[in-house]
Design a protein around this ligand. Sequence first.
Ligand code: ADP
Ligand code: MG
Length: 309
Amino acid sequence: MEIIREEKNFQREFKNPVLTIGNFDGVHLGHQRIFQRVKEKASEIGGESIVYTFEPHPVELLAPERKPLLITPLREKLRLIEEEGIDVAICANFSPRFASQTPEDFVKDILYDQIKIRQLFVGHDYTFGKDRRGNIAMLINLGKKLGFNVEVVEAVRVAGAVVSSTRIRELVQKGEVPEAAKMLGRNYPLSGKVIRGHGRGSKQLGFPTANLKPEGDLFPKPGIYATWTYDEGRKYAGVANLGWNPTFHDQKFSIEVHILNFDRDIYGQPLRVEFVERLRDEITFRGPEELIAQIKKDISQAKSILKVS
Ligand code: ADP
Ligand code: MG
């Protein structure tokens, strides 16, 4: 996939461009359906499939108090869009200047004059621009006037509920990670580097935990989770703890995973942890012995959820 980081004036001509535009945070099942339609249409007319997206998230600039925690940091989002088989991602810098153009100017100057789109796909609830003045009706009108097709892609539902980035953020923050996974089409992950903690896991408890410095900032509800951890392409079952380690009166929030059947020094290495199911709240124990007994129970529960021995 080709990635273009300017919003316009790029020296690149597209062949019969079929485009969709949006934030696509999470690249969830609803987004995936839109990308599918874009690809189908592109191959039908021998064109290129293009996803036009923004960085930072427009809400961060337009309404900072409502700034969303991202499901997918940019790098992860682009990786997933590439996995969907899209030809080109255009990632526009959502600057004050960019935000100040009218929706009509954006469509005319960028989508039409610069990219020369043939077909535009948008999600069922797409709005853009200041005060959300850009909407589907406006796009359809502009398309008629300028000469490109606009198609609206209907929402995907899971158990009756519309799949949306907002809903997925809520589910993750409530610890309802299996429900979030159904809407994402994959488990919710956190990626980051392994950092040093107090060294307590291995020395005091006999259960080393890789402490993660996460790239994103959308964390599942504090507690204990059954997880899959990916290290150098291999997948390991495990148990993660998100919280403040109350038994040891830590002040700092930490994300730690004890990886099963694993014994290696991975300080400084990148790690990806997927949250499969929440087991329990973090509890304050009277001491390490009680905590160790509980960790053993957590591990056996995680094993049965993950179906490993
Ligand atoms: P820290 O407080 O620095 O995290 P720990 O005592 O918890 O120290 O040990 C964690 C480190 O041990 C990890 O960062 C990793 O390098 C190593 N390690 C070895 N085996 C495991 C395992 N099974 N799960 C997690 N980390 C492990
Ligand atoms: Mg640790």
